[in-house]
Design a binder for this molecule. Structure first.
Ligand SMILES: Nc1nc2c(c(=O)[nH]1)N[C@H]1C(S)=C(S)[C@@H](COP(=O)(O)O)O[C@H]1N2
Ligand SMILES: [Mo]
Length: 339
């Protein structure tokens, strides 16, 4: 199915994956949500180089052809924006009013960042890498750092392909960082440079935005995607007939494997276990769940799903509020009229 993403903000473009497309295990590229902070940069790919520098022994400047020559790896990744489900928060949190569909799953292909870093040779004392995008506003470019230990994970890529094709302009052509399991903000698009640094980076998108701000004023950057389940069938506000109703969706987490998903058909009072689909798309892809619900009573009903991970953490059923509305993994209700 090919439907354009649903525009939430015109400029810079923010657009959510269409509900109908979320029923599919992988999200087609032209339907995949888009989250831009600045206009899409124009890139002259012939002149473009990915510069690896800072505190390294051997600075690099890699062309797209240089990247394509290197050993490639492909991973299937569920990417969610940290602001996903912000529109559910009350009182409202400032920021783009995403519904629950700033999420998608795609395969990404590229060079492991660890290989590039090994070539460049980070010096002793490097604590983070700072990825710099080509897009910029009046005061700054889009820049975000990653601790060096996380940057060395073999599944972190300098990705040049999405779903088997060169990256589209909206998704970071010619190359983006791809940090599986982390909220989308870590996966810096339109890469210009990667700098190894010996002091923690304090840029706008690291220290002022994409942070959890505690009531005492302390801030912590958003990192891994929180445990979450999303029902994709039936859809919110559907009218369904009494009898057996198939409830299905996806569950994911950036920190631990999904152990089980539970469904409530009475607004969260009682929970029953759903069946989990195979984990064959790998540890970074959402996992299918399915539940057969025998609906016997007519009227308005609310169904919920919550995921539980292998460490025993359960997804909260209530929304999770913070000042900028990040990481809301409260259970997403689906309202139905049973007739
Ligand atoms: N250079 C750059 N990289 C970026 C962004 C951006 O605005 N500029 N947005 C980030 C955020 S917040 C998210 S959620 C993801 C979204 O990736 P997508 O637009 O390919 O879905 O890109 C991240 N990388
Ligand atoms: Mo995001």
């Amino acid at each position: 199915m090919s439907l354009p993403p649903r525009v939430v903000q015109e400029s810079p473009l923010c657009a959510a994956t269409p509900a109908a497309v979320l029923a599919e295990p992988t999200t087609p590229t032209d339907s995949f949500f888009v989250r831009n902070h600045f206009p899409v940069p124009r890139v002259d790919v012939g002149a473009w180089r990915f510069a690896v520098g800072g505190a390294v022994a051997r600075p690099l400047a890699l062309s797209l052809a240089d990247l394509r020559m290197r050993r490639a790896r492909t991973v299937t990744v569920t990417m969610e924006c940290a602001g996903n489900s912000r529109a559910r928060l009350s009182p409202p949190a400032k920021g783009v009013a995403w519904n629950d569909h700033a999420v998608g799953t795609a395969t990404f292909t590229g060079v492991p960042l660890a290989d590039v870093l090994a070539e460049a040779g980070p010096r002793a004392g490097v604590v983070e890498v700072v990825a710099r995008g080509l897009d910029r506003g009046p005061n700054e470019a889009f820049e975000r750092s990653l601790p060096i230990a996380d940057a060395m994970h073999p599944d972190v890529l300098v990705a040049t392909e999405m779903n088997g094709k060169p990256l589209e302009a909206a998704h970071g052509f010619p190359a983006r960082l791809l940090v599986p399991g982390w909220y989308g903000v870590a996966s810096v698009k339109w890469l210009a440079a990667l700098d190894c640094v010996t002091e923690p980076f304090r840029g706008r998108f690291q220290a002022a935005e994409y942070v959890y701000r505690a009531p005492d004023g302390s801030v912590e950057p958003v990192r891994r995607q929180r445990l979450k389940a999303l029902i994709v069938e039936p859809r919110d506000n559907d009218i369904v007939s009494r009898g057996e109703i198939r409830v299905r969706g996806w569950a994911w987490s950036g920190s631990s494997a999904i152990d089980r998903v539970e469904i409530s058909v009475d607004g969260g009072r009682r929970w029953a276990q759903a069946d989990l689909g195979p984990a064959d798309a790998g540890p970074w892809a959402w996992r299918a769940f399915e539940f057969r619900w025998r609906a016997t009573v007519s009227g308005e009903q609310t169904i919920l799903a919550r995921a539980i991970d292998e460490d025993g953490n359960a997804q909260p059923t209530a929304p999770v509020w913070n000042e900028q509305g990040y990481g809301n993994n409260g259970a997403v209700p689906v309202h139905l009229r049973v007739v």
